[in-house]
Design a protein around this ligand. Structure first.
Ligand code: ZN
Length: 115
């Protein structure tokens, strides 16, 4: 991977990271503001709203972890290399998904093994 592309993807990862951290913070505050009180209908609505936001936070946390792992790979000079076979990951794939860890070939093997 050339340096220009690497810098570009790093910038994207860093701004994405900031975006996600802000969103997790916002959603955590939202959860704290959902009042669980009132009649039974209000109660189940509040529980439902909370669980939706919890799911969003969990999803963001997983994504954040992937981003941090990618940034760590950049530091170690391993970014853009497949974690399974060690070959360079297709550049178009990295641009489409800057947190990709596997080349298309290994990814499809992993997906297939998931059943
Ligand atoms: Zn591979």
């Amino acid at each position: 991977m050339d340096n220009t592309t690497l810098e570009e993807l790093k910038e994207r990862l860093l701004s994405l990271k900031q975006e996600i951290i802000t969103r997790i913070k916002d959603n955590t505050e939202k959860i704290n503001h959902i009042q669980i009180k009132g009649d039974e209908g209000d109660f189940s609505n509040a529980v439902y709203s909370r669980s939706i936001i919890y799911d969003l936070i969990e999803k963001d946390r997983r994504h954040l972890k992937e981003i941090e792992e990618s940034l760590y790979d950049i530091e170690r000079g391993l970014y853009g290399k497949c974690h399974k076979c060690g070959k360079d990951i297709e550049i178009e794939r990295m641009k489409a998904k800057p947190t990709a860890k596997y080349c298309i070939k290994c990814r499809s093997v992993i997906e297939a093994n998931k059943g």
